[in-house]
Design a protein around this ligand. Structure first.
Ligand SMILES: Nc1ncnc2c1ncn2[C@@H]1O[C@H](COP(=O)(O)OP(=O)(O)O)[C@@H](O)[C@H]1O
Ligand SMILES: [Mg+2]
Length: 447
């Protein structure tokens, strides 16, 4: 089969790596991909939000199966467009993608189906939103309704902060039309956790648990990021909590999808706050999370293509899914300054000669020759990936340089979490680029 993976981050690298192990995969294309992905897939320079371009490419190249990584194209309806062309595609359609693309849509869904979540109100009028400042006490949670690349939620500590957040979102439009509507919520306390699930419209199957770290600094300090690391299985989950989540959240969510005519096919990410009065839904995402995916897929012992096809065909209930007992950990190396302004084009060294139990999933990387700003070039491998397994032509060898805020996800797999953690940080010691920053407490519970 010929596959197309849409996206170009660490998540897509992990998906490509896992799919390349399937004996039925002949060739993988990835658009746009990155330097690391090019060792297992043919990277096609079409951006993930260029739906017309992706449709044309998929048709020309006779793609048999497509996998959509990021939320942008899902929200814009890429799945509906691929389906119109008769191309099988893994991911929810536009209607279902509203569960990520509109926070108000999700809050209404949760309330309608009595699924535990924070109390909320939605506003399209700035004057009314200002009058609602403090209605649930402090701190106050203010959310842009639409997609805002993980930056549309403000936790305001006081009146002045709330007022300026509302103005920025609704009148300055810092996130464009995403701020046309606001959701104001009660602040929840507890431990944050998430559950990734496969959903085929009638069956929901949680994956192995994982814990991710959103804040830039150790001890969960500093601003939010796209995610600075993850480990699996999560130390927060146990059987009792998993059962509670299944009964109070996952099953009613699936029943809600069916009642509302949402034929959800793909991955549902359920963001939770586990507090004294049980788990509550913070949000849904309609795709694999990054970097939880890296830590989870490394433990998957079943062919991912089999699972994805069973989701698309509505056969998930009959699909076996096996997880390894091993522990995995993924630590993100980010560019200096991230999540604020950061530099690009810095040469990355130390990526070659990694032991077998280390995998490096690339996020913001590219080859020096593709980056006009880089002056020096030299030979450098792109990590520990088997080209033979991938059945694709090897990339041209040249320097790999930074091209994004989150640059690499260094991942290890071992029998115990202590071993996995030791291995990952030993591997990180060998990798350098200008300004590199990473968290040293991934794998440790932070409360
Ligand atoms: N009601 C809430 N109470 C406490 N913290 C919240 C609440 N809603 C969101 N947060 C915090 O803000 C973060 C981002 O909110 P979320 O709804 O997940 O938006 P997004 O991921 O789209 O930015 C959450 O991970 C959580 O830490
Ligand atoms: Mg979130």
């Amino acid at each position: 089969m010929k596959l197309l993976i849409v996206g170009g981050g660490g998540r897509e690298h992990a998906i490509a790596w896992k799919l390349a192990q399937s004996p039925r995969v002949e060739r993988i294309y990835c658009s746009p991909g990155n330097a690391g992905i090019s060792s297992i897939a043919d990277c096609v320079p079409i951006q993930a939000d260029d739906i017309a371009g992706l449709c044309a490419f998929a048709k020309e190249s006779a793609i048999d199966f497509a996998v959509i990584g990021p939320e942008g194209p899902l929200a814009a309806g890429i799945v509906d467009e691929f389906e119109k062309l008769g191309i099988r595609v893994f991911g929810p359609n536009k209607k279902c993608a509203q569960l990520e693309a509109s926070k108000a849509f999700t809050k209404q869904f949760l309330d309608r189906h009595c699924i535990p979540t924070a109390r909320y109100q939605e506003f399209t009028d700035i004057k009314e939103a200002i009058l609602a400042i403090g209605i649930y006490g402090w701190p106050m949670v203010i959310k842009a309704d639409g997609l805002a690349a993980g930056k549309g939620v403000i936790i305001a500590e006081d009146q002045a902060a709330a007022l300026s957040a509302i103005k920025e979102l609704m009148s300055d439009k810092v996130f464009g039309s995403a701020g046309d509507k606001l959701v104001i919520e009660e602040f929840l306390t507890g431990i944050e956790a998430s559950v990734l699930c496969f959903v085929d419209g009638k069956t929901i199957v949680p994956m192995a648990s994982a814990q991710d770290y959103k804040k830039i600094y150790d001890g969960d300090k500093g601003p939010n990021t796209g995610g600075m690391g993850a480990y699996s299985p999560s130390l927060i989950f146990n059987e009792e909590l998993e059962n509670t989540i299944r009964n109070l959240i996952l099953n009613p969510t699936l029943a809600g999808f069916m009642a509302d005519g949402l034929d959800f096919k793909g991955v549902l990410f359920v963001g939770l706050m586990i507090g004294k009065d049980g788990p509550k839904v913070i949000e849904f995402n309609v795709r694999f999370g990054d970097p939880e995916t890296q830590s989870v897929l490394m433990r998957l012992d079943t062919d991912l293509l089999d699972i994805m096809e069973s989701v698309v065909d509505g056969r998930l209930a009959d699909q076996q899914i096996k997880w390894s007992e091993d522990r995995t950990i993924c630590v993100v190396l980010a560019a200096g300054g991230y999540p604020g302004e950061y530099s690009k084009g810095d040469i990355i060294t130390g990526l070659d000669a990694m032991p077998e139990e280390i995998l490096i999933f690339h996020a913001g990387t590219q080859f020096a020759e593709d980056d006009p700003e880089t002056k020096i070039a030299g030979p450098e491998a792109v990590g520990n990936f088997s080209l033979a397994a991938a059945k694709c032509s090897p990339p041209s060898r040249s320097s790999v340089v930074t091209a994004g805020g989150r640059v690499l996800g260094v991942c290890a797999r071992a029998k115990t979490s202590e071993e996995a953690s030791a291995k990952v940080y030993q591997a990180i010691d060998k990798i350098t680029f200008n300004g590199v920053q990473y968290r040293k407490d991934i794998g440790i519970i932070v409360e």
